[in-house]
Design a protein around this ligand. Structure first.
Ligand SMILES: [Zn+2]
Length: 844
């Protein structure tokens, strides 16, 4: 399901994205596995870089580094050679260790072959859980046979010191050096940019990286990089099915560390883009940047690998050095490349200095999904973008496109006119935007205008090929069985048997009205709609995305239940596309595009709020269908189901703050399986705790809580800790005490509690005394929850007895009631994410 585009990843030392999440794109760009192929017999000579080298010369020199055969050391166990970074210990116990030749007199790496040992003990509960998820134990304890290690820190001095103490002298070993050459040649390229960045900076952030070949795990990475907010990272590239994943075993910050300052911010973007008749782009961008720190030279922009930078220049049109998938062919770029463009300034930055970088780039990020239905890929990287999801900037967009198409974009349209065979349009942002985007097609459109805003809905007149195929009678028999959706007649009408070809454009008017209704609904929770216009556009595929003032909505959301049914969608999928997806994306207009997030650990907040509000909106429209209940039940069930191809239940993959890390080789759809379901439940439980039954508006506190966040964090990022802080006074649940227990259990924890009660009744003068025990399983012993119990007296009536605070596996309770219950019912109002089993009445 849908979510915001995401600009957050874990830039590995190389500046290469460790992984990124985009629908249907689970590719991750990582170094190749550390397979030591001792094939080459070439002997490399040390490389010495001249001090006045250009960035590209330095980069080439770094790539060309090879082992120095004269700097080989023979280690034995008694030497106890070790390196420590943060809480990580790496021992080189027995074997050969050879340094890379120095560059400008400094050593930046070594290769080790023999027997080593890596140990790490993350303290954070979320990280321990992930270690256990991937490695079977909450710690890393791995024997390794080879290591390729690079650094800009003092690792070589440290080792040389230890060698001296151990009275180890260097030996000449050309065989070892030449055998290691292929590995070194293959892996250098993954580290050269990171090393280059430190070499060019006046305030370098020395780092350490090791590619280790674990005996049990196979090749894995260890990174200690103070440039990252979370310095320590363990993980590995892993294939599952036909897709490659990057499994992050653990990523955490060293206690007491301060995240590095952001070096540059983009203030405004001027983008001039021509969509050529073959759908390729020819574009320029001028990005106005402010330096936030002094002494830095490298800016990293996000730019799709499908776009090739032709020139990068400064304000005086002087070329700037840049790196974009260096030395790769277009084919290699599509497989191994990354979506970054690194620009090197001629001089180190001065804090507060503003300047503009000009880009010219070309390539194809638009595909034809068949029947002239166009698909804009790279929606988050179709222009050079600096910063993350909470870096708000102003945008000025000029677009030219073939005249037969309609084009919609973020911002307010200032102008649109014919220009030869093209249309030309101009858009400007009215509010700061975290991202800009566009969509285009042979659209039909429909508008709803009111005083406060204009909503324009755009859809293709024809269906994309993939959906069209699903409707084709030839293919229909091979589709999965079809459930009859709600409200559908059991048999097919004549018309349904020979239907006219469906067109997404048929839905325009109704969808526009419904989206308008959702905006009115959401204004209660988030404040006035933030933009003057909202363009709602169709996108082939089965996802949605919500850009500021521009929605991308799946074709399926434009189809009637009858057509969705014919296309083989299950009832749940049909309802998701019809009732939830478009409105989830509308909710992102506030929750994501106004209240931002900049750390992947906080993405769940916007997703959970947007999704929960979409459930509330669906519920408000069809009160008799109890949509909120239906979806909460579905999500609860989903969290208890096994992840395909794994023993883990979805609810146990990992905690909400893991965000995109939930997508791994062990759970390719982990993000979707956990964030929407558990996230919606978490917001629901908060709402239930804030609820004031009997009040004029029982939800007033919940509304105030959301309004508070949307005001306080407008146009900046909100974090999990900040939500917790906003929450605590609002709740006054624990008499003003911290809400930490809730966030520990439900946000940072995994698992779902299971409850069962045993009880007995006995008659007294005052009434019936109900005594019993509440049993809690499936969660840690320290888990606390307030569990509402109701009495069923057999007449079908249930009466609230009270809430039992379950603390530990077994909690005793007693209540006084007027009618002896036949049965106790646990939380029939669904205020708590839990599972239950039948209550048992024991004999008195
Ligand atoms: Zn979303």
């Amino acid at each position: 399901m849908p979510h915001l585009p995401i600009l957050i990843f874990f830039p590995l030392a190389t500046g290469v994205a460790l992984f990124r999440h985009a629908e249907c794109d689970y590719t991750s760009c990582m170094r190749p596995g550390v397979a030591l192929l001792f094939l080459s017999c070439l002997v490399a000579l040390p490389v010495y870089a001249a001090p006045d080298q250009s960035p590209h010369e330095l980069y080439d020199a770094l790539n060309a580094l090879r082992l120095d055969p004269a700097a080989t050391y023979q280690l034995v166990t008694a030497n106890r050679i070790e390196l420590r970074r943060g809480d990580v210990e790496i021992y080189f116990e027995e074997g050969k260790l050879a340094f890379l030749a120095p560059i400008d007199g400094r050593v930046t790496g070594f290769v080790f072959s023999g027997h080593g040992h890596a140990l790490a003990f993350p303290r954070d509960v979320v990280e321990k859980q992930q270690m256990a998820h991937f490695l079977g134990a909450p710690v890393l304890d791995q024997v390794f046979l080879t290591a390729y290690v690079r650094f800009t820190d003092d690792a070589s001095d440290d080792l040389l010191h230890q060698f001296q103490s151990a009275k180890l002298a260097p030996q000449l070993d050309t065989a070892f050096a030449s055998l290691s050459d292929p590995l070194v040649a293959q892996l250098n390229v993954s580290q050269s940019l990171r090393i280059l960045e430190d070499r060019l900076s006046q305030n370098p952030n020395p780092y350490f990286y090791a590619a280790l070949e674990g005996v049990d795990t196979g090749p894995f990475d260890f990174l200690f990089d103070p440039q990252r907010r979370e310095q320590v990272l363990f993980g590995q590239r892993r294939k599952s099915g036909n897709s490659m994943y990057y499994d992050v075993w653990a990523s955490y910050s060293v206690p007491g560390s301060v995240p590095p300052p952001i070096a540059f911010h983009a203030l405004d973007y001027t983008l001039d883009t021509t969509v050529l008749p073959d759908n390729s782009l020819d574009a320029t961008a001028a990005v106005h940047v402010r330096a936030e720190t002094s002494g830095e030279r490298v800016l990293t922009f996000q730019l799709s690998r499908a776009l090739h930078a032709e020139t990068v220049t400064d304000e005086q049109s002087k070329p700037l050095a840049y790196f974009q998938n260096e030395g790769m062919t277009p084919q290699e770029r599509s497989v191994r490349g990354n979506d970054y463009l690194h620009v090197v300034l001629p001089q180190p930055s001065q804090k507060g200095q503003e300047f503009t970088i000009h880009f010219h780039y070309r390539g194809n990020v638009i595909e034809n999904a068949g029947n002239e239905v166009l698909f804009v890929g790279a929606r988050e990287s179709w222009y050079p973008h600096l910063g993350d999801q909470a870096d708000f900037a102003s945008y000025d967009l000029t677009m030219r496109w073939p005249r037969h198409l309609k084009l919609v974009a973020t911002g307010v349209k200032v102008d649109e006119q014919n220009s030869g065979d093209f249309r030309a349009g101009h858009w400007r942002s009215e509010k700061p935007l975290a991202i800009a985007g566009f969509n285009l097609g042979e659209y039909a459109s429909s508008s709803i205008n009111s005083e406060s805003r204009a909503i324009d809905v755009y859809a293709n007149r024809q269906l994309e090929q993939a959906v069209s195929n699903r409707l084709d009678s030839e293919h229909r028999d091979s589709l999965p069985p079809i459930d009859v959706p709600f409200g559908m007649p059991g048999g097919r009408s004549r018309e349904a048997m020979h239907p006219p070809p469906p067109s997404p454009a048929d839905a325009l008017k109704q969808l526009g009205k419904d989206i308008d209704a959702s905006i009115r609904f959401y204004e209660k929770y988030g404040g006035p709609f933030p933009f003057r216009t909202l363009s709602v556009s169709q996108i082939p595929g089965s996802f949605g995305q919500g850009w500021p003032g521009l929605l991308y909505i799946s074709t399926f959301s434009f189809l009637s239940p009858e057509v969705q049914n014919r296309a083989g969608l299950s009832t749940t999928r049909q309802e998701a596309f019809t009732d939830i997806v478009p409105y989830h994306e509308v909710a992102h207009q506030w929750w994501g595009n106004v209240v931002g997030w900049s750390n992947y650990r906080d993405q769940w907040i916007d997703e959970a709020i947007a999704n929960y509000l979409a459930l509330l909106f669906a519920d408000s429209r069809k009160p008799s269908e109890h949509e909120l209940r239906v979806w909460l039940e579905r999500y609860r069930k989903q969290l208890q189901e096994k992840v395909p191809g794994s023993d883990a239940l979805a609810g146990e993959i990992g905690a909400l703050p893991l965000g995109n890390r939930l997508n791994s080789s062990k759970s390719p759809f982990g993000f979707e399986e956990v964030i929407y379901s558990k996230g919606s439940w978490v917001i629901h439980m908060l709402r239930e705790m804030l609820r004031q039954p009997g009040a004029k508006d029982p939800d007033a506190k919940f509304v105030a809580f959301l309004r508070n966040i949307s005001t306080k964090y407008a146009y900046r990022a909100v974090s999990t800790d900040e939500v917790e802080a906003v929450m605590t006074p609002a709740m006054d649940l624990e008499g003003g005490r911290s809400m930490e227990w809730f966030f520990e259990q439900w946000v940072r924890g995994t698992g779902i509690p299971h409850y069962r009660v045993e009880f007995s009744t006995h008659h007294t003068d005052k009434g019936e005394v109900v005594r019993g025990k509440l049993f809690q399983t499936g969660v840690p012993r320290s888990f606390i929850a307030s569990v509402p119990l109701y009495a069923n007296n057999g007449s079908g009536h249930i009466v609230f007895l009270g809430a039992v605070v379950a603390a530990g596996p077994e909690t005793s309770f007693h209540f006084l009631t007027q009618v002896a219950p036949h049965k106790l019912v646990i939380d029939p109002q669904m205020t708590l994410l839990c599972t239950t089993s039948q209550t048992e009445k024991t004999e008195e």
